[in-house]
Design a protein around this ligand. Structure first.
Ligand SMILES: NC(=O)c1ccc[n+]([C@@H]2O[C@H](COP(=O)([O-])OP(=O)(O)OC[C@H]3O[C@@H](n4cnc5c(N)ncnc54)[C@H](OP(=O)(O)O)[C@@H]3O)[C@@H](O)[C@H]2O)c1
Length: 157
């Protein structure tokens, strides 16, 4: 059974670009503010490379990093594989947001009940794409328009 409380949160272009050289290809403060609004008080699950690009645990959220190589760090729960990260995340109250990168999105796609997507309006070059998925499996539950992106919350049909 999919959980509505397990959510993929991603910003991508129309051709599913999510990253370039380990970073976000864009700088859109309004999207970062939305990310913060949606996630504060909840649990984040991220890959080690995404954690390194953020550079620090995000405050007021449980930060779970999936990694076989990362040493323990204050403010972060390091899990050695994806399933133990999901198990640990589900012990918390509230929502679980899978915040990337590609490797984490690929493993989370079969589990989540919601996709929360900021569709970036401009095109950007990149070397990392969100995994391909069937749009027809998802219904639009909510959407908001912003100058530089359109945010859609999809619910699994
Ligand atoms: N646009 C967006 O919304 C968004 C969001 C997040 C990230 N990004 C972008 O995505 C890119 C990074 O994505 P990525 O796929 O290269 O990296 P990633 O998913 O962030 O991290 C990959 C790392 O996570 C660990 N990992 C993943 N699955 C694991 C498993 N089952 N067991 C143990 N460890 C596991 C491994 O770490 P170890 O090597 O330490 O074992 C692996 O090398 C960057 O460009 C970033 O800016 C974009």
């Amino acid at each position: 059974m999919y959980s509505q409380n397990m959510i993929i949160l991603v910003a991508m272009t129309a051709d599913r670009i999510i990253g370039r050289q380990g970073e976000l290809p864009w700088d859109i403060p309004e999207d970062l503010a939305l990310f913060r609004r949606l996630t504060v008080g909840h649990t984040l699950v991220m890959g080690r490379k995404t954690f390194e690009s953020i550079g620090r645990p995000l405050p007021q959220r449980t930060n779970i990093v999936v990694s076989r190589s990362m040493p323990p760090m204050e403010g972060v729960i390091v899990c050695p594989d994806f399933s133990s990260a999901v198990e640990r995340a589900c012990q918390n109250e509230g929502k679980v947001f899978f915040i990337g990168g590609r490797e984490i999105y690929r493993q989370a796609l079969p589990l989540v009940g919601r996709l929360s997507v900021s569709w970036i309006k401009k095109t950007y070059a990149g070397d990392c794409r969100f995994p391909s998925y069937r749009q027809s499996d998802w219904l639009i539950a909510q959407e908001w328009d912003y100058p530089e992106f359109h945010h859609i919350i999809y619910q699994r049909k």
